[in-house]
Design a binder for this molecule. Sequence first.
Ligand SMILES: [Zn+2]
Length: 434
Amino acid sequence: MIASVGAGFWKGSWTALSLVVLICASSQSAAAADCPGHPDALGTSRTLVVDPREHARIGTMQYAETLPLDDHEVVLTFDDGPLPKYSNQVLDILASQCVKATFFIIGRQANANPQGVRKLIAAGHTVGTHSQNHPLTFNKMSIEQARQEVDAGIASTVAALGDASKLAPFFRIPGLLRAAAVEDYLASRGIQAWSADFPADDWRHIPPSRVYDLAIQRLEAKGKGILLLHDIQPRTVAALPRILQELKARGYRIVHVVPATPERPATPTDPVQWLLHPPTETVASVRWPKIPNFVFAQAQTLPVPGLSNLDWRDPGLFDRLRRPRAALVAQTAWPGPLRVSENSRPALPVPASSVFRMPEGVRVTLLASRSPANRPDHAANAIGPISARARTVGAPQAAHSRHAAHQNPQAGHAGRGAPKHAVQAKPAVHVAKR
Ligand SMILES: [Zn+2]
């Protein structure tokens, strides 16, 4: 009977396992079917819908938060295009792998090559902007200049697209030269500031093999994240096919990011998912926001702590985060006045005043005395009226106390805070009461 149950269990497990394998195989074949002519394509595993108003700044190279990716998920981004010579090759490589990416357009490039911008949308990619002229002074220029650069870049890209709704409210600051005032302006327009989680240094004069190495090594170091590349560089074009093949070989999955719209709500996430590596119980650390350059000259208030400062192990944290600030303050538990109710009266009895009252003419014998005549077994007789009470009320305890006092003369009063007037008669009184 046991054997047949066991066999049935294993048979059921194998059936379930086969089903899982079948589902996995079918999803892979679905990916291949989505990529005609490329059965080994990397593919795009899922689309992530984000609301820029909920998470205004992303990318752990500079910010506390990044996209809510699962382990081994990668988002590809390309800056500075479109430049037909190389951007078209990048598009072909991505198409051959059925991979969707996000492009950050320079307005001037869009003016020169509007067709190139439309191609990106036609291929299903996401298009954001990267300023009008790509000045490497966003951290120094006036906010008015920064606004003009941001606005003109958006206007040029929208003009190329012919439809503002096709442009994602995503912006990457040229050179990642961030400034709080710029980020505030972007946030005020509902635009998400995109940094990255790791670059591959493809703008530097390094061989494509080095771009490949850096992309893979830095991705492996973080396990997931936003990869920053440039679609205007020949070394990127040369490195990209191998990067994508290696991503597939190592089990990475591509995530396509699109902005939320009234018709397309944001993918549900928890706040903790927007941290690259949430703190665990085994790592003791204090995490401050990773902002390399502090530009608060124009800020009216001190920066608030980032979400990464919070202790995610606090079970009530998320509830409090969702509550309005007033409710949060009201919840703060300060020590209140200590109230002891009648029912929770301390168990130990308070000594009655009669304990300290000595009858007239009583002869007190100190139990601590080493004289044979004053040994404990004689003490009770010597005490008189009190000794009678000791026999009836607390004889066993009295015996124990007598013994303790005899063993250690200091034990009777040292540290007990007995009233001074009782010290002389203390051993006998102590015996009687207990
Ligand atoms: Zn750039």
